[in-house]
Write a protein that binds this ligand. Structure first.
Ligand code: ADP
Ligand code: GN1
Ligand code: MG
Length: 368
């Protein structure tokens, strides 16, 4: 997008500041993110993250923003009470001049902005094992901070988001419809999923039977949604709050493992590089359980390794579904990108299956 266009959108949020630059940044698969820099009349520079909310993915962006305003307000109060920095340890919504938490432009696009959190960065892969230990604590703490948030007041921003059997059905429908004419070429991947149909039901069935509670969860805890402090390499906060909804602890645990404990990238083409790194799995499990095991039930703790495999399988299924539908959901950078991502996820699932006993052993070690 052109600078002038971004500038005119940003002008709906901020007043006298002079917008000096705007550029696309970030590796998210859903929203369009821009870093906007402004120079105030007194010469100080301030930066904002401007995002176009993907309304194909989030049909009701106003509800997404209502959740985010309420949750971040709640978090800010808690963080301040705990002696933390509420402007840095969670996102802050910048309200538009008309008082709304978003701006709807003439083309029907929804925009929102947050102050850019400076001296921070995100990773697509883990740099140092201890960073992933700290990441485990951050994910556990996030859930703890929201333990007394009124879950019933949250909008479900994407229906059945981590309902894996429902994702399975979406895939079967996509195979049936075969919109992009690609189903024949992915018979191996389809078979891989079909063989694991019963597995897809484990978390949802446990919930239906009342074995595990619904909690307020982030639901998108992959590594690059954790903002790290540049100087200390310590997580500052979880970002990308669009999918905060009632969910399972195992989903937040699992999605973080899916990305952070993979020896390869989410879209690694060389599948021999993809697998579960048990050292990193252990680091995250240790950090996560230290921060929240007292609040989790025995069954929830037991199901954490299942969450790791579930979220990896589910994400692979979602990439495959999108590939079959003609790449309409996730941003892709080349024609087979979704298929490459899917294969990398399935390779990781297979690696988890090979190392299953060790994953369970690690879980047992830190649950005591
Ligand atoms: P998406 O839904 O597309 O993943 P995100 O909200 O995760 O969008 O933002 C994309 C990237 O932009 C993040 O991974 C992070 O690197 C960066 N980012 C987003 N918000 C901020 C912020 N407030 N401060 C600093 N960096 C940010
Ligand atoms: C998307 O927005 P981003 O890139 O952080 C997706 C997640 C997937 C992830 C796969 C709203 O996350 O569910 O796990 O891609 N977000 C949404 O990398 O669908
Ligand atoms: Mg993101």
């Amino acid at each position: 997008m052109k600078f002038e266009e971004l500038k005119s959108i940003m002008n709906n949020f901020i007043n006298d500041d002079e917008i000096v630059s705007a550029r696309a940044f970030g590796d998210g698969h859903i929203n369009d993110t821009f870093l906007v820099s402004c120079k105030k009349s007194d010469g100080t520079i301030c930066k904002y993250t401007l995002q176009h909310i993907n309304s194909n993915v989030f049909p009701k962006p106003n509800e997404v923003m209502e959740n985010i305003v309420n949750v971040t307000t709640f978090l800010k109060n808690k963080i301040a009470k705990n002696g933390g920095n509420p402007d840095r340890q969670t996102l802050s919504v910048v309200f538009a001049k008309d008082g709304k938490s978003y701006f709807l432009d003439g083309n029907g696009l929804y925009w929102r902005t947050y102050p850019y959190i400076d001296d921070a960065l995100t990773y697509n892969m883990v740099n140092k094992p201890e960073d992933f230990y700290k990441c485990g604590s951050a994910v556990g703490q996030f859930m703890m901070l929201l333990a007394d948030y009124p879950a019933g007041s949250l909008h479900e921003t994407i229906k059945n988001f981590h309902n894996t059997p429902s994702r399975y059905n979406d895939l079967m429908k996509a195979i049936e419809e075969d919109k992009a004419g690609r189903a024949d070429s992915v018979a191996t991947e389809i078979e891989f999923v079909k063989q694991r149909k019963d597995f897809t039901e484990i978390l949802v069935k446990a919930s239906e039977k009342g074995e595990i509670p619904l909690r307020v969860t982030h639901n998108d805890t992959k590594l690059n949604n954790v903002l790290f402090d540049k100087a200390t390499d310590t997580p500052i906060c979880l970002i990308d709050l669009d999918t905060i909804m009632p969910g399972f602890s195992a989903s937040d645990f699992g999605d973080a493992i899916r990305v952070g404990a993979n020896t390869g990238a989410e879209d690694e083409q060389e599948l021999s590089l993809v697998g579960i790194d048990l050292g990193l799995y252990e680091q995250f499990t240790k950090g996560y359980l230290e921060s929240c095991k007292n609040a989790l039930t025995k069954r929830e703790i037991e199901l954490l390794p299942y969450g790791a495999k579930m979220l990896t399988l589910e994400c692979g299924m979602r990439f495959l579904t999108d590939y079959l539908n003609g790449d309409v959901y996730f941003k892709t950078h080349y024609p087979d990108h979704n298929l490459v991502r899917c294969r990398s996820q399935f390779k990781l699932v297979a690696s988890m299956e090979e190392n299953w006993d060790k994953m369970v052993e690690i879980n047992n070690k830190y649950s005591k």
